[in-house]
Design a protein around this ligand. Sequence first.
Ligand SMILES: O=P(O)(O)OC[C@H]1O[C@H](O[C@H]2O[C@H](CO)[C@@H](O)[C@H](O)[C@H]2O)[C@H](O)[C@@H](O)[C@@H]1O
Length: 270
Amino acid sequence: KTVPTVRDIEQINDVLSSYIGKDDKLALLLDFDGTLSPLAPHPSLAEIDPESEAALKNLATNPNTYLAIISGRSAEDAREKVKLEKITYAGNHGLEIIFWNKSRYHHEIDEETRQKYEKMVTELETSLGGNGAWVENKKQSLTFHYRDVPEVDQPTYKARATSIIESYGYVANAAHAAVEAKPPVIWNKGEAALYILREEFGDNWPEKVKVIFAGDDTTDEDAMKALKGGGLSFRVSKRSEIETYADYRVPSTKTISLILQWLQDNMNQV
Ligand SMILES: O=P(O)(O)OC[C@H]1O[C@H](O[C@H]2O[C@H](CO)[C@@H](O)[C@H](O)[C@H]2O)[C@H](O)[C@@H](O)[C@@H]1O
C-alpha cells in the first residue's frame, strides 16, 4: 500500500520521538546502495553520504545502539564501503553475515543449486555481456547490470536476463538498472534481519529493543515485511505512489541522513 511521506526534520522528530523513548535500546538495520549511498553510475563509485557517515560513526560508539548493514553486495564489499569496525555486515541479501564480534553465518545452498550458479554466470556473460551490460559475480548471488545499455534496449536486456536467471531455477528481482539473481532458498533480507535480532537480543527481542530498518529496493521489502509491527521501516523512493511494506516513504538518501542525525542527537549515550 502507499504510505505517508516523511521529508523534513519536524516530521522526522514527530515519527521517531513517538517510537523511541529516552531509555530504549535501538537496533538500526540499514541497506547500503540507494539508502546510505546515493545511486552511482557503477558500484565501485558508490560512496556513503558524508552526513550519514558522520552520524553512523557516532552511533557505532553508542552503547544503546546496535548497527547492522544488510546489503545485496557481498558482506566484505559492504564493509569496505562503510568502513566501520565492530558493526554487523550481512551481504548477498543476508546469505552471509559477519557479526561485529567476527562470528559468521552462511546460509546453506545445496550442491545442485551451487553448480547451476557458475553456468548461469557464464550464460549471462556470453549471451548478454557487452554493450554496457555486465555481471557482478558475488559467488552466492549475482547482479546483472544494464545501466549503460542504450535506453531503448534496456527492457529487452532486463527481460532476457530475467528469463535466463529463472531458467536456472534462481529468483530474479528487478533492481535499479539491474536484475538480482538469488538462489531459490527461503532466506532473504527479512530472514536475515530476524536472525540478527534473535542472535543479539534473544527470541524476545521485541520486548528488548526498538528496530529501525531503511532500504530502497525490492529486496528490502522482504525486511520491511518481516519487521511489520515489530519495528519501524522507511522506504527510500522518489515515487509518492510507491507501494511498500514500510511504514513511511522518504524521498532521498538526504532524508536518511536527517534520520541518522536525529538518532545521533537523541539516542541516550549512557
Ligand atoms: O542491498 P543494497 O546494499 O542496496 O545493494 C543492492 C545492489 O546495489 C549495487 O547496485 C546498485 O547500486 C549501484 C551503485 O549505486 C548502481 O550502479 C547499480 O545500478 C544498482 O543496481 C550493487 O552493485 C549490487 O551488488 C547490490 O546487490
